[in-house]
Design a protein around this ligand. Sequence first.
Ligand code: NAD
Length: 343
Amino acid sequence: MSKLKVAVIGCGSIARHRHLVEYANNPEVEIAAVCDIVESRAQEAAEIYDAKAYTSFEALLDSENIDAVSVCLPNYLHAPVSIAALNAGCHVLCEKPMATSKEEAEDMIRAAKANNKKLMIGHNQRFVSSHQRARKLIEQGEAGRIYSFRTTFGHGGPEGWSADGEDSWFFKKDQAFIGAMGDLGVHKADLLRYILDEEFVEVGAFVETSAKENTDVDDNATLILKTEKGVIGTLAASWAYTAEEDNSTIIYGEKAILRLEDDPRYSLVVQYKNGEVVNYELGGIQSNDEGGQTTTHVIDHFVEAILQDAEPLINGEEGKKSLEVILGALESVKTNRICRLEK
Ligand SMILES: NC(=O)c1ccc[n+]([C@@H]2O[C@H](COP(=O)([O-])OP(=O)(O)OC[C@H]3O[C@@H](n4cnc5c(N)ncnc54)[C@H](O)[C@@H]3O)[C@@H](O)[C@H]2O)c1
């Protein structure tokens, strides 16, 4: 059978560390084309992966017969480029946060439906082993009733990551629309929805730009959240965890406490009420700094969904619900009130 022809639009850090590497490692796929507005980035990726280089996504979609694309662009381009690709007949894997508004997210979902194509959002945290195991343990009742949680995702900031360093779009509100809360917080909003298998119904937030001078978006955010069944918790996102990244989650239940990615040795620690402790060595959380060492499973899952004609785990609806938590947090900041989220 002929291979799936994919294109990667945006050849910055997430494309280079993850999408390009993981497509190249997937035997079902051929990277046919790459695109970046900075020609040297497109050329470099094209040379490595033996693909055709473009500086315009429109030209790429017009000239190549592509089956699927990854949208690895600044946030404000997620919706327009995803919709253009869906309308050109491509399946789309779009990076997070899905879009900059609920309306954009809805337009993306509509375009996927109208063209009968898959739309997946790159919420890779759902594929981390400790996270999947925790969801299963909770589902099996191992922790009893869940009362509360605390989750956090922070590092030193995108200047150490983005292809454009200090000048990155990540710091510009018109391109990023949101800072640490949308970059890192949305991952945890999605993760908790997945682990608890519940929707959030209320959110309140404090958001500050306190650590960076080159930005008009938030670099520290703390959310309080409540689910439909009354699980309450905090979610912190930061670009100012200066010494070390923190990507941990703790879930407090009737029979046990689950510590996820909180211990350097054991990715999941379950502390039972009766004093018993079970340490799971499931392998560390995938870090984007490790290059091609580990896989996010995101790309393989997307490819499989296309080939099996199955709905991806994080489809447009899922991406939209996680985005809405963050949009609700912004609304809370604006109104200085707790925001109710639509179900
Ligand atoms: N899932 C994850 O863990 C994860 C991690 C990091 C970033 N991301 C997401 O990936 C997306 C890209 O982030 P990044 O870290 O790669 O950023 P980056 O700054 O490293 O790269 C963005 C690239 O897009 C290119 N670009 C900008 N406008 C363009 C246009 N009109 N046409 C073509 N190319 C254009 C830039 O030249 C740059 O090379 C963002 O949405 C980000 O939130 C996801």
